[in-house]
Design a protein around this ligand. Structure first.
Ligand code: GRF
Length: 197
């Protein structure tokens, strides 16, 4: 049975585009049923509509810090489309245990570092700061602890002498667009073996 996938975004949604394009490319165990953004200006919303995927917006600002109320609104949108899998893709809001717990084991995220290194923000600058020889991205199952769940896949790049946070981020983002679709394909088929690109 084709798995139903909802994707949460906050910005340009380049990872969402990669996931949707792969799902729509045929012979895929999953299909996109919703792209949801936490702000109406997210560039990914237009891209999702152009690809024929249903969209929704749940702006976090009117909830004024009441996370459970914001998350109840998110869950209400999900109830409308009944997804089997939830993918966070450039989603920049922290989700509480209350939201995550019912999704545990069915919720994926992509993070721009080789976890467990550099949880949180500014990962590329931190890798450069540490003079790491390599850097990369990780797809993991989401648990209540931030950027901490079981790893489903990683992809690595060498850090170059003249790298800046922006040049490194751009190279990692290209890898994200390969890693996330590859991991989702396997995950939707019930394969949770770790994939290293
Ligand atoms: C990417 O670096 C991704 O790793 C992080 O959010 C950034 C933007 O992603 N999660 P996207 O272009 O909005 O998919």
């Amino acid at each position: 049975m084709t798995k139903r996938v909802a994707i949460f975004i906050s910005g340009g949604g380049s990872n969402m585009v990669s996931l949707v394009q792969d799902m729509l490319s045929g012979h895929h165990p999953a299909k996109p049923v919703l792209v949801l953004a936490n702000n109406a200006e997210a560039g990914g919303l237009k891209k999702a509509k152009e690809m024929g995927v249903e969209t929704a917006v749940v702006d976090h600002r009117p909830f004024d810090g009441d996370r459970p109320a914001f998350e109840a609104a998110l869950q209400a949108e999900l109830n409308n489309v009944q997804p089997d899998i939830l993918c966070l893709a450039g989603f920049m809001r922290v989700l509480t245990e209350g939201f995550v717990a019912p999704w545990e084991g069915r919720m994926l995220n992509i993070h721009p570092s080789l976890l467990p290194k550099y949880k949180g923000l500014n990962t590329h600058a931190r890798a450069l700061e540490a003079k790491d020889a390599e850097h990369g991205c990780t797809v993991h199952l989401v648990t209540p602890a931030l950027d901490d769940g079981p790893i489903l896949g990683q992809a690595r790049v060498p850090v170059l002498q003249d790298d800046t946070p922006d040049s490194l981020a751009a190279r990692v983002l290209k890898l994200e667009h390969r890693l996330y679709p590859a991991v989702l394909r396997r995950f939707a088929d019930g394969n949770t073996a770790r994939l290293d690109l």
